[in-house]
Ligand binder design. Structure first.
Ligand code: GAR
Length: 197
């Protein structure tokens, strides 16, 4: 059974998609052992607790400097003894120490088709704002392994989504989530849990 630790910062709809897929049996051989948020108020934590999953926050505000926060975050991850770490809207730059320790065992969901609209400054709604202002007609989402760059690790899955003429960033974000993110993130977890990668 693959032990999965999910890191979140906000609403947690991608976490929800993974939890639902575990319950529905479309993800097999995996269990979510811990959900970690850098944000105490993240609704994602409530979603996890509602399912009886261990949900904890590690906030930079509680530590004197970044080094101490990084150490606390890594300790919190280590304590869960994960086989896989899923970044599901986790808006924290991971400590390099953590990336090295869990090399090949951290995946991230990004709300665009990498290598477009990715890298520093491209997260959440900002990605969809940039897509609309550039006028591209196709966007989507990507699941990739995490390396020490920003959105540069090997790509696991991608799914394209159409941009429609009257889209606002919010409307487009929702369509990308529904049609791409909530599909490919659970799919990638299932592939890893079943040795299909
Ligand atoms: C998702 O759209 C995810 O792809 C994005 O943040 C959102 C989190 O939503 N992540 C990034 O932009 C990372 N670069 P959620 O909390 O509802 O899953």
């Amino acid at each position: 059974m693959l032990r999965v630790c999910v890191c979140v910062s906000g609403g947690g709809t991608n976490l929800q998609a993974v939890m639902d897929a575990v319950d529905a049996g479309t993800i097999t051989n995996a269990q979510i052992v811990r959900v970690i948020s850098n944000n105490k108020g993240a609704f994602a934590l409530e979603r996890a607790r509602g399912r009886g999953i261990d949900a904890v926050s590690v906030s930079p505000k509680d530590y004197g400097d970044r080094e101490q926060f990084n150490e606390a975050l890594l300790r919190c991850v280590d304590d869960a003894e994960p086989d896989l770490i899923v970044l599901a809207g986790f808006l924290v730059v991971l400590p390099p120490m953590m990336i090295r320790k869990y090399e090949g065992r951290i995946i991230n969901i990004h709300p665009a088709l990498i290598p477009s609209f990715c890298g520093k400054g491209y997260y959440g709604l900002k990605v969809h704002e940039a897509v609309l202002s550039r006028g591209v007609k196709i966007t989507g989402a990507t699941v990739h392994f995490v390396d020490e760059g920003t959105d540069t690790g090997p790509i696991i899955l991608q799914k394209a989504v159409e941009v429609l003429p009257d889209d606002t960033p919010e409307v487009l974000q929702r369509r990308v989530m529904e049609q791409a993110e909530w599909v490919i993130l659970p799919q990638a977890v299932n592939m890893i849990a079943n040795g299909l990668l």
